[in-house]
Design a protein. Structure first.
Length: 434
């Protein structure tokens, strides 16, 4: 039996505590899988004397000096579950440049500056694993960067935020509005006290950047992702989706294809969208996550499971720990970052999609023709129109055929300026085969 693999754990919150619990409970099995015992060298926290509910760990291991812990000669692997950009970035760069493998769940840092971490890993000859950064316990990132490495991925579509999926699933099931369902999600612990990162799409955008980077062998950052949240999705939108045989989900969509000049490029976006109930993602309810991958040879693949929570995320962290520990003992490192394609980012305006537009208009002759004329001027084809009248007002619900997002957005902008259009009640994209 080789000498122990020693870990420095940065952070001991919900996920960190679960990592410690699983390391203790599964110590015998983990030793057999790795080929050597895994030991905790130290745990960096802000408040070392805080009560931690009887964690199976020696209190003497806690320290406030994260950097000092990382630099210790007896540390082999650094596990980071603190989150945020700084000081986590400085800690992980120090570890990687020093030849110490890193396991992290830090999606925000990877999306903001993953290139710096990969460069530091290459410089130090160390492993950088981050399965837990996207979709919790779902084994997703390693299949993208290893199992499908011989294939060509064309599109990744996913539900990668449990909070928003819980909210939208609740709105679909009950007919309630966004605010009411968010309040329920908060009471049940599915939403944070400040849910901004979730409901405005920041969390999903960070994950979309990571997925796109792996799928298309290009560095994609959070700033490259078009982002919209779900705060404007209404009960009326959900009812309209149901009438079309659809539901509404917050989707991350990453696709490879030609830009306006015909050159290969990558489009990455996060926004609410109507999808037909026949689509595999439509049945993903509650706080579950699912990612739908389309590849040239493999065809369509779907990964599904719990995307958040202490135990599921810790499961993914432990899987990475086993992998880097094995590499450490064998004296090898995993394949380095694959960013050889270096594809440019396609602007959102060039993304091809469909729109569902709900208009309140004056109920008089010629209105429909005037509205249709606006669509024609922007070369946007109308797929369906539903009209209902009430006194001097009428409601028009228009679903388009596929068109560049810029043309669709310009159509909506011109509609806002028409005298006959009292208001634009909602605009939602439509995805999937419908």
């Amino acid at each position: 039996m080789d000498k122990p693999v020693r870990l420095a754990l940065l952070g001991c919150g919900t996920v960190g505590s679960e990592v410690l619990r699983l390391l203790h409970e599964q110590a015998t099995d983990l030793t057999a899988r790795v080929g050597a015992p895994i030991e905790i060298a130290g745990i960096a926290v802000r408040r070392p004397n805080r009560a931690r509910g009887g964690l199976p760990v020696d209190p003497a291991l806690f320290t406030t000096d994260a950097l000092g812990l990382i630099k210790r000669d007896d540390v082999d692997v650094v596990v980071e579950v603190v989150g945020g950009i700084e000081p986590a970035r400085g800690w992980l760069v120090e570890a990687l440049r020093g030849g110490k493998s890193v396991v992290t769940a830090n999606k925000a840092l990877l999306a903001e500056d993953g290139g710096t971490l990969h460069d530091a890993a290459a410089e130090g000859g160390a492993d950088l694993y981050y399965e837990a950064s996207v979709a919790g316990a779902i084994p997703l990132l390693r299949p993208l960067r290893e199992s499908l490495h011989g294939d060509s991925i064309t599109r990744v579509t996913g539900i990668v935020n449990g909070t928003t999926n819980f909210i939208l699933s609740g709105m679909d099931a009950t007919g309630a509005g966004f605010a009411e369902t968010l309040e329920q999600a908060t009471a049940l612990g599915y939403a944070e006290a400040d849910p901004t990162a979730d409901v405005e799409g920041f969390d999903a955008a960070a994950k979309a950047a990571i997925l796109a980077s792996l799928a298309f062998h290009s560095r994609v950052g959070a700033a490259d992702v078009h982002r919209e949240g779900i705060t404007e999705v209404s009960a009326a939108d959900m009812a309209s989706a149901q009438e079309m045989g659809c539901t509404i989900k917050l989707l991350c969509i990453a696709e490879r294809g030609p830009d306006a000049s015909g050159a290969e490029s990558v489009s990455v976006r996060v926004h609410p969208a109507m999808i037909p109930r026949s689509h595999p993602l439509a049945s993903v309810g509650d706080a579950f996550n699912a990612v739908f991958v389309e590849a040239v040879a493999a065809g369509q693949l779907m990964f599904y499971g719990r995307g958040a929570g202490g135990a599921p995320t810790a499961s993914a962290v432990l899987g990475d720990i086993v992998a880097v520990a094995r590499n450490r003992l064998a004296g090898v490192r995993s394949a380095s970052e694959s960013s050889y394609a270096a594809l440019p980012i396609r602007p959102m305006g060039e993304a091809v999609t469909r729109y569902h537009i709900s208009l309140d208009v004056a109920d008089r002759a010629g209105v429909l023709a005037a509205v249709a004329g606006v669509f024609a001027r922007h070369d946007v084809s109308i797929a369906t129109v539903r009209q209902s009248g009430r006194d001097t007002d009428a409601s028009l619900v228009i679903v388009t055929h596929r068109a560049p997002d810029a043309a669709l957005a310009a159509t909506v902008e011109e509609l806002r300026g028409l005298d006959i259009v009292r208001s634009i009640a909602s605009v939602l994209r439509v995805e999937g085969d419908h």
